[in-house]
Design a protein around this ligand. Sequence first.
Ligand code: C2E
Ligand code: CA
Ligand code: CA
Length: 431
Amino acid sequence: MEHKNYESWDIKRRCIIQKLRLAISEKDKLKGVYIKKYFFHCLNRKKNGTFIKIKLMGISFVNLNLGVKYGNEIITNILKQIKEIKPESIITKISGTNLCIYIEETKVEHVKDFIEKIFRITRNVSTSVSNVKISANIASITYKDDDFDVRDAVNKVDLSMFNAIRKGSNKYEIYNEMYESHINIRNIEKSIENNEITLYYQPKVDVKSGNIEGVEALIRWFSKDYGYITPDKLIGFAEHSGYIYKLGKWILKKTCIDIKELNKNLNKKLSLSVNISPYQLEHEEFLDEIKDIIEEVGFEQELLQLEITESKNIESIKDIQLILKEIRNTGIRVSIDDFGKGYNSIDYIKNYDVDEIKIDKSIVKYIGNNPLFIESLINMVHTTNTSVVAEGVEEKFEYEELQKMGCNLIQGYYCYRPMELKKLLELTKEA
Ligand code: C2E
Ligand code: CA
Ligand code: CA
């Protein structure tokens, strides 16, 4: 019995010594940083906290130009500074350009604060290679109720990283409950490939001639697994996750191809209106990318119109007036969507040069109560040489009233519902 106890004590002792040795020997050459294996070994015992992944961009250029040693020095320096701002953090370098950090923090605001501090560090790195800057993308996940699971964390953080990278350089993404939903980037991309996500077109009718002047592209997601997912949900997710930029480019390209073919085959000149999220406008390369797409497709830019929703978001975009001006300078038209739904509608007429104003359907519904109000609104917009579209026109009397009031274009179920391209082709062929 005694012998057995002694034996088990000895095994325990040897285990402890081995672990201590492992802890000391397995620290990376980069000071204070554990090697991957030991880092994950430590995390296995954690109950809650935050797992953070940092992807450094630009290090590979440094390695190529000045050697791996210099690249490593940069990383060491970054790690040293991270340790200084959070000495209790556990850090590892999991590959040449990827770092992982564990912190005990569970408050989102504090995590964000820490991430911002990391960006401050990476932004200030000097590389000694001309024109090469270090940038980073950061993804994180927080576990609060004793449910920390390191494997789960690694998978989920990779998914968030995917989104962080799509948002652009020096952007971060915190894993949130939206990821648990079936509305996620993988499903969206799969659905685009399977044609479960597609674009419908709703005609805009010229009130004077009764002809179809153009169409508005509206995204549709008919999922085999989850049924119809509304554009609001899809676009809302895309905006929240940063995926809107990529999705927006796909929408623009697809719709330009569709309508170019239609115009070519039917010898028409239908205009194409595409909805643009304020988040897309904020992207530095937005206009250049649009120009590239138009050129690649060979779409007549005078026929393209970007619909921008009147919202608080758009006002918060710095230089919004300049962006709109630049768009219009290229020949592309700008339309203000959902006019009257927001707060500062009059400001748009006063301050922004746009080509079209779309009166929101909630205002159109008001026509029965106060037709004079709508008429004054149309007249006011016309004083700035801007065209007026009425949205959501469902009734004959609404159409007729708007016609009398001098509204330029009508869009709504009374004329046409949004339809797939095939139907639009048949419809416009007959006209
Ligand atoms: P929106 O740009 O204001 O689009 C008009 C919405 O009104 C569409 O809803 C359309 O189907 C609906 N509608 C058209 N005529 C009538 C009518 O007579 N009565 C009523 N009640 N509704 C009518 P939908 O397709 O569900 O789209 C909702 C919103 O989602 C759009 O509002 C737009 O903000 C956004 N969206 C749709 N497609 C895209 C897209 O490709 N990109 C972006 N960024 N947003 C999109
Ligand atoms: Ca619209
Ligand atoms: Ca609208």
